[in-house]
Structure formats: structure tokens, C-alpha cells
Write a protein of this length. Structure first.
Lengths: 211, 274
């Protein structure tokens, strides 16, 4: 009986020590918080947000547009593709995006490409929130237009004219969008088309403001 | 205060603390019980999701694997499956539906076929759910239990649809999840604690800890039990997990609810430490 009690206490200490150690020496707490609890798992939810492609000026969390977006807006409209490692919807959308931008990449990569579409440069970012920098990860919350906090999310940041000032003007869509790949490609085409059009109308004003 | 009232208060209190996300509290802990992080009010992560994420598609993230095991193991080695009986919100739900199941048990068909014949084999299904659907399919083909999980449907999907009407549409997993959810409802209404008994992977993880846990429920010493037991069988009749309590000693199915302790007229069953 005494041996059993000693074994029990030993096992309790192993688990307690292991828990203390994992909290002290790893960032597992922050990872669980940022990668599971704060990001809505759309496949766990068995739902997808309804997609509306209305462009807006105000960021979702009221924070300013990140510097990497502002910088790249001088090149062309910016397309942000947010994903994560464990996400059914992300896997459905990965080949669609590869086909749409004619690129190939692994889901754990970070991708930055400038693509010429209809004569306009479009800046493409692939952001896997499990393998990226805090700045890129936090942009998820800035562009989470409908406050879904779910992945995959696709944001198109263009330029718009608001009360005399040219400002970033963006939309975000979520999930797998439609039932077939062709329909998904059509949604991206229409977003990109609109983004490019308003970008072309406003880029001169934006560059003047930057100077 | 009576034991069962204490247990009810504990379950209600923990249900509310599991939902403090409604007030903005989103932590990096894993629940030591089954509850979905997709619930709009969730405070913490589902331990199964962390496990699935750790082995998804032949990858391995060691800390996502070890972390839920340490949390569950810590509670397991201290109290065995007491979290099922005293903390789990799904346990609280089954406490309510158990009354219907208990009434149905009076009919021979339920008692003979379900409780006695199926129970013997089906209680091992939860181990297959844990190893098969949480670990193996996630590892091999990227299919996860949480995608079709009835608890996720109950605590994530339904509240989200109610809170944000018109904002979401069903995805590819919705229909199969709905069917599984309906079967889950049927199960918990016809078998008392049916989910805990047969399919709960967290219960499967915690069950072996009953063999070594510091706190457990057992009969008093053999000699005293044999001498004083009046063979009323009230303990076994009232056990929500269908255990033959007269033979109880560190049973893996025991959720330490203490019902047998409450009903024993001779006080021959007790919580024990060590």
C-alpha cells in the first residue's frame, strides 16, 4: 500500500512538473490561445460565413493598416490569403488559389509574389498563421471585416476615395465560398476585377499623398 | 450540504466558467473535459483539437501533443474520471436527460438489449474513437473527429446560428454532423450517460487513470462489506454508468458521481484517498 502511494505521488509530481515546465519553457499557452481559441475553426463549427464582397474603409479592429500593406499598395492592390495548418477549408482553397494566381507552394510556406493581372501588378501574400511573423498574423484581425475570426480568409486591399482622401479600401471573404472550384474562381475574379478598377482610379492620388 | 447538491453546484459553476469567453476571457488552457472552443463563449481549447492539431496530416507538433495529455493526466491522476461527473458540461446535460433514460430502463427491451447486451461491448468504442478518429485518421488522412463532433454541433454550431442568424451557411460537414448530433440526442435519452459510457474520447483517456488515481470510489473493507451489505442493490440500480457497484474497486467506468454513496443505506461505499 505504501509503495502504491509513493507511486501515486510520483506520478502526480511528474504531471505537475511537466505542466509547470511546459508553461515555463515553451510558448504553448500563447500558441493554444492564438491558434485554437482566438481563431474560429470553421470546420469545427460546421458552418461558413456568408460572403459579401462590399469594400469598406474602416479596419475591423480599428487599428491602422499594417506598414507592409501600405508599402505594397504603391505597387498594386494587395491580396492577402490567410490560412492555418489544421483547417479543412484551407485545404479546399489551396489549389484554387494556386490555379488563380498560377503559383505553386506548400501550405507551410510564406509566399510573397507580384503577379501581373490584366496589365496591373497584384501583390499576393500567403499567410499561414502557424508559420508567420506577428505583424502578418495580426493583420488577420485588422482585415476580419465581418468579425468572423475564421479561416481561410481572403482579403483584397485596394484604394478608395473617402471625403477627399485616398485611403486603403478593402474587402474580406471567408471559407470555401462556393460549391465548385469554378464558382470559387469566379468569386476571386470578381473581387480582383473590382479591386483593380478602383485601384487604377485612385493610385495617383495615393502616390501624391505618400510624397 | 448533500453530496448531489454539491455536485450540481460544481457542474453549474464550471459550466459558467467554461463560458467566460462571453465576457472576453479567452485563455490558452485546454479544458480537462469535452467542450468546444468554437462555442462563441468558450474560454479555452478542446483538448482533442490540440491532439488532432499535433498529428495532423503526418506532421508532429510535440507541445500540442504533450500539453493536453499533461492537463488531462494531471486531473486524471488526482481524481480519475471525477471531471466527467463533477465538471463536464456535457455530463450536466446528461444528468438532465438521464431521468428519461432511467424511466425507459423500466421497459424490458431497453434494460435487456441496451443496458445488458450492448453495454458490455460498446463501452470499448470510446477507445476506438480516441485512437482511431482523434489520432489515426488525423495523422493518416487529415480527417478529424472535431469536424463531425456532436458536442461541437451542440456547443458551437447551434449557439452560433442562434446568435448570428443569417450570417453563416452550412459547410460540407454540416449534414453528417447533424445526423450524428441527432443520434447523440437519441443515445443520451435512451441510455443514461450514453455518451460518457460509449463514445466520449476524453472519458476513454481518463478511464485508465481510475486505476491509479489518488481519489476514487470503492466499497469499504471486504470483511465489513460482506457482513453488513443487505444486497438491496440500490447502488448498482442508481449508478448512471451501469457499474455493478457491489464489485466496485477502481472501475475505469466510474465517474465518482457519488450516487452509490448517497443511496447506500448502510454507508458501505465511500470516497477514498490513496
Amino acid at each position: 500500500m505504501k509503495k502504491f502511494f509513493v507511486a501515486q505521488i510520483t506520478i502526480i509530481l511528474i504531471f505537475a512538473g511537466g505542466l509547470s515546465g511546459i508553461f515555463l519553457y515553451t510558448d504553448v499557452y500563447e500558441n493554444v490561445q492564438s491558434r485554437i481559441v482566438n481563431v474560429l475553426c470553421l470546420s469545427c463549427l460546421k458552418l461558413e460565413p456568408k460572403t459579401s464582397i462590399d469594400f469598406v474603409f474602416d479596419t475591423a479592429n480599428g487599428k491602422p493598416h499594417p506598414e507592409f500593406v501600405i508599402e505594397n499598395l504603391t505597387i498594386g492592390p494587395v491580396f492577402l490569403h490567410f490560412s492555418e495548418d489544421v483547417c479543412h477549408g484551407c485545404e479546399v482553397m489551396h489549389p484554387v488559389i494556386e490555379k488563380f494566381f498560377n503559383i505553386s507552394f506548400e501550405k507551410t510556406d510564406s509566399v510573397y509574389e507580384i503577379k501581373n493581372i490584366q496589365g496591373t501588378s497584384v501583390v499576393y501574400f500567403y499567410i499561414n498563421i502557424d508559420h508567420t511573423t506577428p505583424e502578418l498574423r495580426n493583420s488577420l484581425y485588422i482585415y476580419d471585416k465581418d468579425n468572423v475570426q475564421g479561416l481561410p480568409m481572403f482579403s483584397m486591399i485596394s484604394l478608395g476615395y473617402d471625403k477627399g482622401i485616398v485611403k486603403p479600401y478593402f474587402t474580406s471573404v471567408y471559407g470555401t465560398l462556393k460549391d465548385t472550384d469554378q464558382e470559387r474562381l469566379d468569386v476571386f475574379s470578381s473581387i480582383l476585377q473590382e479591386g483593380i478598377e478602383i485601384y487604377e482610379q485612385n493610385i495617383d492620388g495615393f502616390l501624391k499623398l505618400r510624397i | 450540504m448533500k453530496l448531489q447538491v454539491k455536485r450540481l453546484l460544481s457542474q453549474i459553476l464550471i459550466f459558467f466558467s467554461a463560458n467566460l469567453g462571453a465576457f472576453g476571457l479567452k485563455t490558452g488552457f485546454c479544458y480537462p473535459f469535452f467542450y468546444c472552443h468554437s462555442c462563441p463563449a468558450s474560454t479555452s481549447a478542446c483538448p482533442l483539437r490540440a491532439l488532432e492539431q499535433s498529428v495532423y496530416s503526418k506532421s508532429f507538433t510535440w507541445y500540442f501533443f504533450v500539453y493536453p495529455i499533461l492537463i488531462l493526466g494531471f486531473f486524471g491522476v488526482l481524481t480519475g474520471r471525477a471531471v466527467c461527473g463533477w465538471a463536464c458540461p456535457i455530463g450536466l446535460l446528461q444528468r438532465a436527460t438521464g431521468k428519461v433514460a432511467r424511466r425507459l430502463k423500466k421497459y424490458q427491451v431497453f434494460d435487456e438489449i441496451i443496458t445488458k447486451k450492448i453495454d458490455r461491448y460498446l463501452k470499448y468504442a470510446k477507445y476506438f474513437v480516441l485512437i482511431g478518429l482523434v489520432i489515426l485518421t488525423s495523422w493518416l488522412i487529415g480527417f478529424m473527429l472535431t469536424d463531425i463532433c456532436p458536442i461541437g454541433f451542440l456547443t458551437g454550431t447551434i449557439p452560433t446560428l442562434l446568435l448570428y442568424p443569417g450570417k453563416f451557411v452550412p459547410n460540407t460537414f454540416f449534414l453528417i454532423s447533424l445526423i450524428i448530433f441527432i443520434l447523440f440526442l437519441v443515445l443520451i435519452f435512451i441510455v443514461e450517460r450514453g455518451w460518457c459510457r460509449y463514445f466520449c474520447p476524453i472519458g476513454a483517456f481518463l478511464a485508465p487513470f481510475n486505476k491509479i488515481s489518488y481519489l476514487h470510489v470503492s466499497r469499504v473493507e471486504e470483511e465489513k462489506f460482506e457482513k453488513e451489505c443487505i444486497k438491496c442493490n440500490a447502488c448498482s440500480k442508481n449508478c448512471p454508468m451501469g457499474i455493478d457497484v457491489t464489485k466496485l474497486y477502481r472501475d475505469p467506468e466510474c465517474i465518482l458521481c457519488g450516487k452509490c454513496i448517497t443511496v447506500c443505506p448502510k454507508n458501505l461505499i465511500e470516497f477514498r484517498r490513496k
